[in-house]
Design a protein around this ligand. Structure first.
Ligand code: UDP
Length: 338
């Protein structure tokens, strides 16, 4: 069944992959993005409206013009460190602006909402792997802002009959397997793109943030999940709500369920880029504030309830797709000089 979907934040990393996914599945897509971090060049499918969820008038006119069947919301600020330094910005953008969006949806009777949430809603893990019943006790304004939206969604379900699915991403990574899209953050703070930028010489060596964690090799363990698999979960969530199989406010973890250490990620990337004649440069650093030793998802609920079957569970595939994208950005081919 074809739907008309508003993708808010569709010019960003995950949103842009989602737009491609929806359009190729036959849905009509309108993208709303203020291009504060997203890029117009990443909206290669669907129609782009440049504007912000802070603009209630723009939202009203957009919802008047289009009869949306559902909304997917990716437009959040997502840097933990920045959220600690500028919490007001996070509460305004992630909470207040999302409320604007929910308001206009309520007015226009749009009842299906998919929300980009995060593993950061859990805070410091008390058990691992982390299931959805793990206590939500965020330890920074970023996680708190996402958790506040999840709470709003529960109340909107009860009072206004809004159906919503909050998808708690673990480490979103990788790139479009066809090489048409990928991660373009500025500044880049994430491990995999930083490793690959070091190999392509678009940035200096990557720093390992601590080797004194209580893990097998001393580096932090994370759960890297391919962006294409995240998109598939969003599509399944929307379809389930639309078909009446999911009602009210639900939350699912999205992860590969496999932990990989920083060291392991570097080793896999190193082996991959060497095949092309490149080399990752690594520096040793100290711990980054607020990094738990291990964050791994139990995402069995999404698998059972949504029928989600991640296609790219292997770290090597995730990094290979990200490397394909990095080579494109850096204008590289095989390096025969090395
Ligand atoms: N990390 C690192 N060096 C970097 C960036 C990240 O060692 O330059 C580590 C970080 O401490 C964490 C893991 O890599 O353990 C993943 O970090 P990222 O920022 O990619 O995602 P996060 O887990 O913070 O969402």
């Amino acid at each position: 069944m074809n739907m008309k979907i508003l993708v808010v934040g569709g010019a960003g990393y995950i949103g842009s992959h989602m737009v491609k996914h929806l359009v190729l599945a036959g849905h009509e897509v309108v993208v709303l993005d203020d291009l504060s971090t997203g890029l117009a060049s990443q909206v290669k499918w669907g129609r782009l409206v440049v504007g912000s969820t802070a603009d209630a008038e723009l939202l009203a006119s957009l919802f008047k013009e289009h009869r949306f069947d559902g909304v997917m919301h990716f437009a959040g600020s997502s840097l933990v460190g920045e959220s600690v330094a500028e919490p007001a910005r996070y509460y305004r953008n992630n909470v207040a602006n999302t409320l604007n969006l929910l308001d206009v949806m309520t007015v226009h009777g749009v009842r299906h909402f998919v929300f980009s949430s995060t593993a950061a809603v859990y805070g410091e893990p008390v058990t691992t792997p982390i299931g959805e019943t793990h206590p939500c006790a965020p330890i920074n304004p970023y996680g708190a802002s996402k958790w506040m939206v999840e709470r709003m969604l529960q109340d909107h379900a009860a009072a206004y009959g809004l159906n919503s699915v909050s998808l708690r991403y673990f480490n979103a990574s990788g790139a479009d397997p066809e090489g048409e899209l990928g991660e373009c953050h500025d500044p880049e703070t994430h491990l995999i793109p930083l490793i690959l930028r070091s190999a392509s010489s678009r940035s200096g060596p990557v720093t390992v943030f601590g080797r004194d964690y209580p893990t097998s090799d001393g580096t932090c363990i994370r759960d890297y999940v391919h962006v294409t698999d995240l998109c598939e979960a969003h599509a399944l969530a929307l379809e389930a709500m639309f078909a009446g199989r999911l009602e009210g406010a639900t939350a699912f973890n999205l992860g590969s369920e496999q932990g990989a250490s920083v060291n392991a990620v570097i080793e896999v990337a190193q082996a991959l880029v060497r095949e092309d004649g490149y080399e990752v440069a690594v520096l040793e650093g100290t711990r980054r504030r607020g990094d738990p030793a291990v964050l791994v998802a139990d995402s069995s609920l999404a698998r059972q309830t949504l029928g989600w079957k991640p296609r790219f569970g292997q770290l090597r595939e995730i990094i290979a797709h990200a490397w394909q994208w990095e080579k494109r950005l850096a204008g590289l081919g095989k390096n025969n000089r090395k």
